[in-house]
Design a protein around this ligand. Structure first.
Ligand code: ATP
Length: 370
């Protein structure tokens, strides 16, 4: 077994109590996190939360103020950028315009003084990996944006780094091409076994490509988990709200059964019920966070669903494959409910001003404390 054939969670990168200050400003705040070998790890968060600073510290462009970053067990503090088994791919690609695709990919290898035969074989391998064989002789301006992106990727991988940092790698591509390229990126990551760390502003993109997503806020990682966990079991309102669309209902919790609570959200209204692994204290403030697609819309009052509430449709967003209904319920709340348009929309679908029932199950929402 080569060590990387072990699907275990062997850390390649270890942030140990890392703090980064710029003058008196703390950009990264006592952050501890492992990133595993062969992992596709995404950093997600609002502008200024410290994503780029994390990447720059990994690449060695920025010094750590306190704490340590280990790469394969070795402290990186005194290892200069060019001696790290790390490469960074920028959004601008930074290809050399006067060099061919082949020469662009070979550039870093030539500087490394690799023997000619080995170099040729390596460049050819990279061309095959990124499906660029036919374009080897062309200059960057003679190929498409998507192909340029693949040249940049081939060039970054040519020296076989252990870690590749991708800063908005698909930012220059239009939506359709971007989606296709996400799958190529995953495929190439898997084939090479390189650890990828990606920064993207596109949450859907990070959910698609990454094996784990780290949601950041003000220099800290708030939650790290697989995309589905982040989406289905957000650790806080901040995470729930940052990823995808969510309804948040505030109320007061009272115990109900083994692992359930009643959330009193509006006076005189039946409380909503929810199950949660969390322990809340009696009478504390709590929130139910429910994704729009977990809420059913119906004409009649559902019998079985445990949570239901009547409301009026005030807005409809038709998205083709689905529709989002904005439904006003008592207490001045507007709830978003999303239904899949699996059939042609007919007279049976709902329209503005319709009175409808919203319903969801006990486990549809997450119960959060903040
Ligand atoms: P964006 O998504 O906008 O790129 P980001 O999450 O990548 O944001 P960083 O670039 O890591 O954010 O910056 C984190 C914080 O550190 C910001 O408030 C930024 O202003 C600050 N910062 C970054 N570099 C420096 C610097 N060289 N000197 C002073 N402050 C800096």
């Amino acid at each position: 077994f080569a060590p990387w054939e072990d699907p275990g969670e062997k850390p390649l990168i270890q942030f140990k109590n890392v703090t980064k200050r710029f003058g008196s400003f703390t950009a990264i705040d006592n952050l501890t996190q492992d990133i595993y070998e062969r992992e596709f790890f995404a950093l997600l968060g609002p502008s200024g939360c410290g994503k780029t600073t994390m990447m720059r510290m990994l690449a060695g462009f920025e010094e750590v103020t306190e704490g340590q970053i280990l790469l394969a067990g070795q402290d990186m503090a005194r290892v200069p950028p060019n001696e790290r088994a790390v490469n960074m791919m920028f959004q601008s690609y930074a290809l050399f315009p006067h060099l061919s695709v082949w020469e662009n990919i070979a550039f870093g290898l030539k500087r490394k003084k690799m023997p000619k035969s080995e170099l040729d074989a390596r460049v050819d391998e990279m061309l095959r990996l990124t499906r660029l064989e036919r374009f080897a002789r062309r200059k960057p301006h003679q190929i498409s944006g998507g192909q340029r992106q693949r040249v940049a990727l081939a060039r970054s991988l040519a020296r076989a780094p252990k870690l590749l940092l991708l800063d908005e790698p698909l930012g220059a591509l239009d939506k359709k091409l971007r989606q296709d390229t996400q799958f190529e990126l995953m495929d190439i990551q898997e084939k090479t076994g390189t650890t990828f760390v990606i920064v993207t502003h596109d949450q859907e993109e990070s959910m698609t490509v990454a094996s784990r997503v780290a949601v950041m806020d003000e220099g800290q990682i708030i939650q790290v988990a697989t995309p589905d966990k982040i989406y289905e079991e957000p650790a806080s309102l901040y995470v729930a709200d940052f990823i995808g669309d969510v309804n948040i209902i505030e109320g007061i919790a009272t115990k109900s059964g083994e692992d359930g609570y009643k959330i009193n959200w509006s006076e005189g209204k039946e409380p909503f019920q929810a199950k949660t692994p969390r322990t809340l204290s009696e009478g504390q403030k709590a929130y139910i966070a429910i994704r729009p697609e977990k809420i059913a819309v119906s004409q009649d009052k559902p019998d079985s669903a445990l949570n239901s509430i009547k409301g009026k449709i005030v807005d409809i967003a038709y998205l083709g494959n689905m529709s989002t209904y904005h439904v006003e319920i008592p207490g001045g709340l507007t709830i978003k409910a999303q239904t899949a348009n699996t059939r042609r929309l007919s007279r049976r679908s709902f329209t503005w001003e319709d009175e409808v029932w919203l319903s969801w199950t006990l486990t549809a929402g997450s119960v959060l404390e903040r």
